[in-house]
Write a protein that binds this ligand. Structure first.
Ligand code: ATP
Length: 318
Protein backbone atom coordinates (compact mmCIF):
# COMPACT_ATOMS: atom_id res chain seq x y z
CA UNK A 1 0.00 0.00 0.00
CA UNK A 2 1.44 3.34 -1.05
CA UNK A 3 -1.50 5.68 -1.38
CA UNK A 4 -4.75 6.04 0.53
CA UNK A 5 -7.64 8.30 -0.45
CA UNK A 6 -10.09 9.71 2.08
CA UNK A 7 -13.41 11.51 1.61
CA UNK A 8 -16.40 12.65 3.65
CA UNK A 9 -19.87 12.13 2.19
CA UNK A 10 -23.57 12.62 3.02
CA UNK A 11 -24.54 14.87 5.92
CA UNK A 12 -21.65 16.44 7.83
CA UNK A 13 -21.17 15.48 11.46
CA UNK A 14 -19.02 16.87 14.28
CA UNK A 15 -15.96 14.64 14.62
CA UNK A 16 -15.47 14.01 10.89
CA UNK A 17 -12.39 16.26 11.03
CA UNK A 18 -10.95 14.31 13.95
CA UNK A 19 -11.38 11.08 11.95
CA UNK A 20 -9.80 12.67 8.87
CA UNK A 21 -6.83 13.91 10.89
CA UNK A 22 -6.29 10.42 12.32
CA UNK A 23 -6.37 8.80 8.86
CA UNK A 24 -3.87 11.34 7.52
CA UNK A 25 -1.45 11.25 10.45
CA UNK A 26 -1.58 7.49 11.00
CA UNK A 27 -1.13 6.90 7.28
CA UNK A 28 1.88 9.21 7.12
CA UNK A 29 3.27 7.59 10.29
CA UNK A 30 3.29 4.29 8.41
CA UNK A 31 4.96 5.84 5.37
CA UNK A 32 1.81 6.02 3.25
CA UNK A 33 0.79 9.02 1.15
CA UNK A 34 -2.72 10.20 1.97
CA UNK A 35 -4.93 11.99 -0.55
CA UNK A 36 -7.89 14.10 0.46
CA UNK A 37 -10.85 14.07 -1.91
CA UNK A 38 -13.06 17.17 -1.68
CA UNK A 39 -16.88 17.19 -1.76
CA UNK A 40 -17.47 13.46 -1.41
CA UNK A 41 -18.16 11.39 -4.53
CA UNK A 42 -18.89 14.57 -6.49
CA UNK A 43 -15.28 15.70 -6.02
CA UNK A 44 -13.98 12.20 -6.65
CA UNK A 45 -15.72 11.95 -10.02
CA UNK A 46 -14.32 15.36 -10.96
CA UNK A 47 -10.80 14.60 -9.77
CA UNK A 48 -10.68 17.04 -6.83
CA UNK A 49 -7.87 15.10 -5.21
CA UNK A 50 -4.89 16.51 -3.30
CA UNK A 51 -2.13 15.04 -1.19
CA UNK A 52 -2.52 15.95 2.48
CA UNK A 53 0.49 16.71 4.65
CA UNK A 54 0.82 16.46 8.44
CA UNK A 55 0.31 20.22 8.63
CA UNK A 56 -2.78 20.26 6.42
CA UNK A 57 -4.80 18.67 9.23
CA UNK A 58 -3.38 20.82 12.03
CA UNK A 59 -5.89 22.62 14.25
CA UNK A 60 -8.95 20.78 12.95
CA UNK A 61 -9.29 18.01 15.52
CA UNK A 62 -11.93 19.80 17.58
CA UNK A 63 -13.54 21.75 14.76
CA UNK A 64 -17.07 20.85 13.62
CA UNK A 65 -18.05 20.19 10.00
CA UNK A 66 -15.60 18.66 7.55
CA UNK A 67 -12.53 20.33 6.14
CA UNK A 68 -12.87 18.21 2.99
CA UNK A 69 -16.45 19.41 2.49
CA UNK A 70 -19.20 16.96 1.71
CA UNK A 71 -21.86 16.52 -0.94
CA UNK A 72 -24.66 14.35 -2.17
CA UNK A 73 -23.87 12.99 -5.61
CA UNK A 74 -26.69 11.35 -7.62
CA UNK A 75 -24.21 10.46 -10.40
CA UNK A 76 -22.45 8.05 -8.05
CA UNK A 77 -25.58 5.89 -8.11
CA UNK A 78 -25.06 5.22 -11.83
CA UNK A 79 -22.69 2.68 -13.33
CA UNK A 80 -21.12 5.45 -15.38
CA UNK A 81 -20.47 7.62 -12.32
CA UNK A 82 -18.94 4.70 -10.45
CA UNK A 83 -16.62 3.98 -13.35
CA UNK A 84 -15.54 7.63 -13.48
CA UNK A 85 -14.81 7.47 -9.74
CA UNK A 86 -12.72 4.32 -10.18
CA UNK A 87 -10.87 5.87 -13.13
CA UNK A 88 -9.92 8.87 -11.00
CA UNK A 89 -8.68 6.65 -8.18
CA UNK A 90 -6.58 4.61 -10.63
CA UNK A 91 -5.29 7.76 -12.31
CA UNK A 92 -3.99 8.97 -8.93
CA UNK A 93 -2.68 5.46 -8.17
CA UNK A 94 -4.74 5.28 -5.01
CA UNK A 95 -4.78 1.73 -3.58
CA UNK A 96 -7.39 2.13 -0.86
CA UNK A 97 -10.25 4.50 -0.03
CA UNK A 98 -11.60 5.51 3.37
CA UNK A 99 -15.17 6.81 3.24
CA UNK A 100 -16.47 8.76 6.25
CA UNK A 101 -20.26 9.02 6.08
CA UNK A 102 -23.60 7.31 6.54
CA UNK A 103 -24.99 4.09 5.11
CA UNK A 104 -25.70 5.71 1.73
CA UNK A 105 -22.04 6.66 1.48
CA UNK A 106 -21.10 3.08 2.38
CA UNK A 107 -23.25 1.77 -0.48
CA UNK A 108 -21.37 4.08 -2.79
CA UNK A 109 -18.06 2.77 -1.41
CA UNK A 110 -19.13 -0.81 -1.95
CA UNK A 111 -19.59 -0.20 -5.66
CA UNK A 112 -15.89 0.70 -5.84
CA UNK A 113 -14.72 -2.44 -4.04
CA UNK A 114 -14.33 -4.25 -7.38
CA UNK A 115 -11.34 -2.01 -8.13
CA UNK A 116 -9.93 -0.83 -4.83
CA UNK A 117 -9.66 -1.58 -1.09
CA UNK A 118 -12.54 0.02 0.82
CA UNK A 119 -13.09 0.96 4.47
CA UNK A 120 -16.07 2.88 5.85
CA UNK A 121 -16.10 5.03 8.99
CA UNK A 122 -19.65 5.65 10.31
CA UNK A 123 -20.12 9.42 10.55
CA UNK A 124 -23.68 10.72 10.94
CA UNK A 125 -25.47 12.51 13.76
CA UNK A 126 -28.47 10.14 13.50
CA UNK A 127 -26.79 7.03 14.99
CA UNK A 128 -28.83 4.99 12.51
CA UNK A 129 -26.14 2.64 11.21
CA UNK A 130 -26.36 -1.03 12.14
CA UNK A 131 -23.28 -2.85 13.34
CA UNK A 132 -21.95 -0.05 15.55
CA UNK A 133 -23.19 1.19 18.91
CA UNK A 134 -22.30 4.77 18.01
CA UNK A 135 -21.72 6.87 14.93
CA UNK A 136 -19.43 9.90 14.92
CA UNK A 137 -21.42 13.07 15.66
CA UNK A 138 -24.35 11.57 17.56
CA UNK A 139 -23.09 12.35 21.05
CA UNK A 140 -22.35 15.96 20.08
CA UNK A 141 -25.77 16.41 18.47
CA UNK A 142 -27.51 15.05 21.59
CA UNK A 143 -25.51 17.43 23.77
CA UNK A 144 -26.40 20.33 21.48
CA UNK A 145 -30.10 19.50 21.80
CA UNK A 146 -29.83 19.24 25.59
CA UNK A 147 -28.15 22.63 25.71
CA UNK A 148 -30.82 24.22 23.51
CA UNK A 149 -33.69 22.65 25.44
CA UNK A 150 -32.19 23.99 28.69
CA UNK A 151 -32.48 27.50 27.27
CA UNK A 152 -35.98 26.88 25.98
CA UNK A 153 -37.00 25.59 29.39
CA UNK A 154 -35.96 28.88 30.99
CA UNK A 155 -38.37 30.83 28.84
CA UNK A 156 -41.03 28.10 28.99
CA UNK A 157 -40.97 28.33 32.81
CA UNK A 158 -41.09 32.10 32.82
CA UNK A 159 -44.08 32.26 30.50
CA UNK A 160 -45.84 29.08 31.64
CA UNK A 161 -45.89 27.64 28.16
CA UNK A 162 -45.72 24.29 26.47
CA UNK A 163 -42.89 24.03 23.96
CA UNK A 164 -42.75 21.54 21.13
CA UNK A 165 -39.11 21.15 20.09
CA UNK A 166 -38.40 19.42 16.78
CA UNK A 167 -35.08 17.59 16.49
CA UNK A 168 -33.40 15.75 13.62
CA UNK A 169 -34.23 12.12 12.88
CA UNK A 170 -36.32 11.35 9.81
CA UNK A 171 -36.48 7.60 10.34
CA UNK A 172 -34.84 7.27 13.68
CA UNK A 173 -35.79 8.66 17.08
CA UNK A 174 -32.42 8.20 18.78
CA UNK A 175 -31.58 11.89 19.15
CA UNK A 176 -35.06 12.66 20.52
CA UNK A 177 -34.93 9.75 22.96
CA UNK A 178 -31.45 10.41 24.36
CA UNK A 179 -31.90 14.17 24.58
CA UNK A 180 -35.45 13.80 25.91
CA UNK A 181 -34.44 11.51 28.73
CA UNK A 182 -31.37 13.59 29.58
CA UNK A 183 -33.32 16.85 29.88
CA UNK A 184 -36.47 15.39 31.42
CA UNK A 185 -38.84 16.14 28.55
CA UNK A 186 -42.49 15.63 29.42
CA UNK A 187 -43.14 13.72 26.18
CA UNK A 188 -40.90 12.25 23.49
CA UNK A 189 -42.38 11.56 20.04
CA UNK A 190 -40.42 9.28 17.70
CA UNK A 191 -41.11 7.69 14.31
CA UNK A 192 -40.72 4.19 15.75
CA UNK A 193 -43.68 4.40 18.15
CA UNK A 194 -47.16 5.78 17.38
CA UNK A 195 -48.40 8.44 19.77
CA UNK A 196 -51.80 9.44 21.03
CA UNK A 197 -52.75 13.14 21.30
CA UNK A 198 -55.22 12.46 24.11
CA UNK A 199 -52.56 10.79 26.23
CA UNK A 200 -50.23 13.74 25.81
CA UNK A 201 -52.99 16.21 26.62
CA UNK A 202 -53.97 14.21 29.71
CA UNK A 203 -50.38 14.33 30.85
CA UNK A 204 -50.23 18.09 30.29
CA UNK A 205 -53.42 18.54 32.30
CA UNK A 206 -52.24 16.30 35.14
CA UNK A 207 -49.03 18.31 35.31
CA UNK A 208 -50.98 21.55 35.35
CA UNK A 209 -53.14 20.34 38.22
CA UNK A 210 -49.97 19.52 40.16
CA UNK A 211 -48.85 23.11 39.69
CA UNK A 212 -46.45 22.46 36.84
CA UNK A 213 -46.38 25.57 34.72
CA UNK A 214 -44.45 24.49 31.65
CA UNK A 215 -43.79 21.43 29.53
CA UNK A 216 -41.27 20.38 26.90
CA UNK A 217 -42.29 17.94 24.18
CA UNK A 218 -39.46 16.66 22.00
CA UNK A 219 -40.43 15.51 18.51
CA UNK A 220 -38.26 13.70 15.96
CA UNK A 221 -38.85 15.24 12.55
CA UNK A 222 -39.95 11.78 11.35
CA UNK A 223 -42.74 11.59 13.95
CA UNK A 224 -44.62 14.49 12.36
CA UNK A 225 -44.49 18.23 11.86
CA UNK A 226 -43.91 20.12 15.10
CA UNK A 227 -46.25 22.86 13.82
CA UNK A 228 -49.08 20.41 13.26
CA UNK A 229 -48.49 18.63 16.53
CA UNK A 230 -48.26 21.92 18.42
CA UNK A 231 -51.49 23.21 16.89
CA UNK A 232 -53.34 19.97 17.62
CA UNK A 233 -52.17 20.00 21.25
CA UNK A 234 -53.16 23.64 21.67
CA UNK A 235 -56.64 22.99 20.26
CA UNK A 236 -57.20 19.88 22.32
CA UNK A 237 -55.69 21.00 25.64
CA UNK A 238 -56.22 24.74 25.55
CA UNK A 239 -52.63 25.33 26.68
CA UNK A 240 -50.53 27.90 24.90
CA UNK A 241 -48.01 26.14 22.71
CA UNK A 242 -44.81 27.39 21.10
CA UNK A 243 -42.73 25.63 18.46
CA UNK A 244 -38.95 25.53 18.06
CA UNK A 245 -37.27 23.69 15.21
CA UNK A 246 -33.61 23.19 16.06
CA UNK A 247 -32.67 22.27 12.47
CA UNK A 248 -29.08 22.55 11.31
CA UNK A 249 -27.94 23.91 14.63
CA UNK A 250 -27.71 20.22 15.56
CA UNK A 251 -25.07 19.44 12.96
CA UNK A 252 -22.58 22.10 13.96
CA UNK A 253 -20.24 22.71 16.84
CA UNK A 254 -17.08 21.20 18.20
CA UNK A 255 -17.26 17.47 18.74
CA UNK A 256 -17.76 16.25 22.29
CA UNK A 257 -14.88 14.42 23.97
CA UNK A 258 -16.58 11.10 23.21
CA UNK A 259 -17.02 11.89 19.52
CA UNK A 260 -13.49 13.23 19.13
CA UNK A 261 -11.98 10.16 20.78
CA UNK A 262 -14.10 7.65 18.87
CA UNK A 263 -13.41 9.51 15.62
CA UNK A 264 -9.66 9.41 16.20
CA UNK A 265 -9.79 5.72 17.14
CA UNK A 266 -11.87 4.91 14.05
CA UNK A 267 -9.53 6.86 11.77
CA UNK A 268 -6.56 4.96 13.16
CA UNK A 269 -8.38 1.64 12.89
CA UNK A 270 -9.29 2.31 9.26
CA UNK A 271 -5.60 2.62 8.39
CA UNK A 272 -4.80 -0.57 10.30
CA UNK A 273 -7.51 -2.41 8.36
CA UNK A 274 -5.99 -1.22 5.09
CA UNK A 275 -2.48 -2.20 6.20
CA UNK A 276 -3.81 -5.67 7.04
CA UNK A 277 -4.93 -5.98 3.41
CA UNK A 278 -8.63 -6.18 4.29
CA UNK A 279 -11.40 -4.66 2.21
CA UNK A 280 -15.15 -4.08 2.38
CA UNK A 281 -14.86 -3.35 6.07
CA UNK A 282 -16.21 -0.71 8.41
CA UNK A 283 -14.94 0.51 11.74
CA UNK A 284 -17.44 -0.04 14.55
CA UNK A 285 -17.73 0.94 18.19
CA UNK A 286 -18.84 -2.16 20.07
CA UNK A 287 -18.62 -2.69 23.84
CA UNK A 288 -16.50 0.44 24.17
CA UNK A 289 -13.94 -0.73 21.67
CA UNK A 290 -13.30 0.22 18.06
CA UNK A 291 -13.21 -2.90 15.92
CA UNK A 292 -13.36 -3.95 12.28
CA UNK A 293 -16.55 -5.46 10.84
CA UNK A 294 -17.75 -6.38 7.37
CA UNK A 295 -19.22 -3.32 5.63
CA UNK A 296 -22.42 -5.34 5.16
CA UNK A 297 -23.02 -5.08 8.90
CA UNK A 298 -24.03 -1.47 8.27
CA UNK A 299 -27.14 -2.60 6.39
CA UNK A 300 -27.88 -5.53 8.64
CA UNK A 301 -30.90 -5.67 10.82
CA UNK A 302 -31.36 -2.25 12.42
CA UNK A 303 -30.38 -2.03 16.03
CA UNK A 304 -33.86 -2.07 17.56
CA UNK A 305 -35.15 1.18 19.00
CA UNK A 306 -34.48 1.24 22.73
CA UNK A 307 -38.03 0.67 23.93
CA UNK A 308 -36.92 0.12 27.53
CA UNK A 309 -35.42 3.58 27.68
CA UNK A 310 -38.50 5.03 25.95
CA UNK A 311 -40.75 3.28 28.45
CA UNK A 312 -38.63 4.60 31.32
CA UNK A 313 -38.89 8.14 29.94
CA UNK A 314 -42.69 7.78 30.02
CA UNK A 315 -42.62 6.45 33.57
CA UNK A 316 -40.41 9.32 34.71
CA UNK A 317 -42.69 11.95 33.23
CA UNK A 318 -46.09 10.87 34.59
P1 ATP B 1 -26.57 10.75 6.19
O1 ATP B 1 -27.07 9.57 7.00
O2 ATP B 1 -25.87 11.75 7.03
O3 ATP B 1 -27.61 11.33 5.30
P2 ATP B 1 -25.52 9.13 4.04
O4 ATP B 1 -24.14 8.73 3.69
O5 ATP B 1 -26.49 8.02 4.35
O6 ATP B 1 -25.39 10.17 5.23
P3 ATP B 1 -26.78 9.67 1.48
O7 ATP B 1 -27.25 10.96 0.92
O8 ATP B 1 -27.72 8.55 1.61
O9 ATP B 1 -26.11 10.07 2.88
O10 ATP B 1 -25.55 9.15 0.58
C1 ATP B 1 -24.45 9.99 0.30
C2 ATP B 1 -23.97 9.75 -1.10
O11 ATP B 1 -23.55 8.38 -1.24
C3 ATP B 1 -25.03 9.92 -2.18
O12 ATP B 1 -25.19 11.27 -2.56
C4 ATP B 1 -24.45 9.09 -3.32
O13 ATP B 1 -23.42 9.81 -3.96
C5 ATP B 1 -23.82 7.92 -2.57
N1 ATP B 1 -24.76 6.78 -2.56
C6 ATP B 1 -25.84 6.60 -1.75
N2 ATP B 1 -26.48 5.44 -2.03
C7 ATP B 1 -25.78 4.86 -3.05
C8 ATP B 1 -25.94 3.64 -3.82
N3 ATP B 1 -26.94 2.79 -3.58
N4 ATP B 1 -25.03 3.40 -4.79
C9 ATP B 1 -24.02 4.25 -5.04
N5 ATP B 1 -23.82 5.41 -4.36
C10 ATP B 1 -24.68 5.72 -3.38
Amino acid sequence: IERIGVLTSGGDAPGMNAALRAVVRKGIYHGIKVYGISRGYEGLIHGEIQELSLGSVADIVLRGGTMLKTARCPEMKTEEGQQKALDQLHKHQIDALVVIGGDGSFRGAQTLARGIQIVGIPGTIDNDISGTDLTIGFDTAVNTVIDAVGKIRDTATSHERTFVVEVMGRDCGNIALQAGIACGAESILVPEIPFDYDEICDKLKRGHQRGKNHSIIIVSEGAGSAYKIGEELRTRSGFETRITILGHLQRGGNPSALDAVIAAAMGGKAVEIILAGETNKMTAYVNQEVISRPLDAAYGERRPFNRNLYELANQLSI
